[in-house]
Design a protein. Structure first.
Ligand SMILES: Cc1cc2nc3c(=O)[nH]c(=O)nc-3n(C[C@H](O)[C@H](O)[C@H](O)COP(=O)(O)OP(=O)(O)OC[C@H]3O[C@@H](n4cnc5c(N)ncnc54)[C@H](O)[C@@H]3O)c2cc1C
Length: 285
């Protein structure tokens, strides 16, 4: 049995199709969706592709960034404004899947799939990104925390699509990084940590830390952040942050790693990311 395949060229057309086929699947890069359809053998009544929707294929750089929902990750990572202001996002995309996956996959798809280990979510959390949602009723914007509700669950309502991810401009002196560890290349994260730090001489200023694959949803670590903000930069503070992060998260054991190893590794990545941010201009590996 087949299904209808629609390729609208405007957002208005896409929304009409979403309203006409309430059980349709929206497809951006298809790197999660096609795997899911294959596994479940579900045949949706229609697939609505966003790839030819012109308004969704651009990155606008004005007051912050507006990254269209159909922009492939490769183009996000190579955009000069992303490279200049949002290095943790570039770090995340650099370790993401493979070149083929990065050519197809989108930021919006990564968030809509709502995996606890979604690599782009921790960087977007430290950058205070907003998810722009559009339906026939209008536009609304949600924080990442309000958008990703649980594993595979989002606040997306019937008749809505994500049209863009908006990222406000970063504070001028902020440095940021994303570090993640998987078992092998192309594996999903065992854990991933994004951090953003502003320094005030030898003292830590504002700090944001977020982690993925350590809880049902990617999340900020506010208790760990409060250990660092206002503290003297140095090994003692990084070690305290490491210990706090290990307590603050609630990881599970699964095929990728045990709960204990995830706690250990997350602490290590928190400590390492802060040490690198304080001593260099950021940039991850
Ligand atoms: C080999 C392989 C390696 C991978 N490696 C990684 C990795 O390293 N890190 C990682 O985080 N993920 C990884 N993934 C998962 C996947 O590539 C990402 O989650 C990707 O960002 C999904 O984006 P997409 O555009 O392909 O989404 P799609 O598969 O097109 O869609 C995913 C879901 O989101 C919905 N959706 C997509 N766009 C919208 C929109 N604009 N509005 C409403 N709903 C929408 C779809 O209906 C679907 O339910 C990997 C996948 C594969 C197959």
């Amino acid at each position: 049995m087949g299904f209808e395949y629609h390729q609208p060229s405007t957002t208005a057309e896409a929304l009409e199709l979403v309203a006409r086929f309430p059980d349709a699947e929206i497809i951006a890069g298809g790197t999660d969706l096609m795997v899911r359809l294959n596994k479940t053998r579900r045949v949706p009544p229609a697939l609505i592709s966003l790839r030819r929707v012109q308004e969704l294929t651009h990155i606008e750089n004005g007051s912050g960034l507006r990254i269209g929902a159909a922009v492939p990750l490769r183009d996000v990572a190579t955009h000069p404004a992303v490279a200049a202001g949002f290095p943790a996002l570039v770090d995340a995309i650099r370790v993401f899947g493979s070149p083929q996956i990065r050519n197809m996959a989108t930021l919006a798809g990564n968030l809509c799939n709502a995996s606890p280990g979604a690599d782009c979510a921790p960087p977007l959390l430290i950058y205070d990104a907003l998810v722009e949602l559009r339906s026939a009723a209008g536009v609304r914007e949600l924080t990442i925390e309000d958008f990703i509700l649980g594993p595979g669950a989002t606040a997306l309502e019937a008749g809505e699509i994500v049209t863009a991810i908006r990222v406000p401009p970063p504070p001028p002196a902020a440095r940021s990084i994303y570090l993640r560890k998987g078992r092998v290349q192309m594996d999903l994260a065992i854990t991933g940590v994004a951090a953003r730090l502003e320094m005030d001489g030898a003292t830590c200023g504002a700090v944001r830390i977020a982690a993925g694959a350590v809880a049902p949803v990617p999340r900020r670590l506010p208790r760990t952040e409060s250990v660092v903000a206002g503290a003297a930069a140095g090994a003692e503070t990084w070690a305290r942050a490491r210990a706090e992060a290990q307590h603050e998260i609630s990881p599970i054991s699964d095929v990728r790693a045990s709960e204990q190893y995830r706690r250990h590794l997350t602490g290590v990545l928190v400590e390492r990311s802060l040490a690198r941010l304080a001593s260099t201009n950021g940039g991850g590996t």
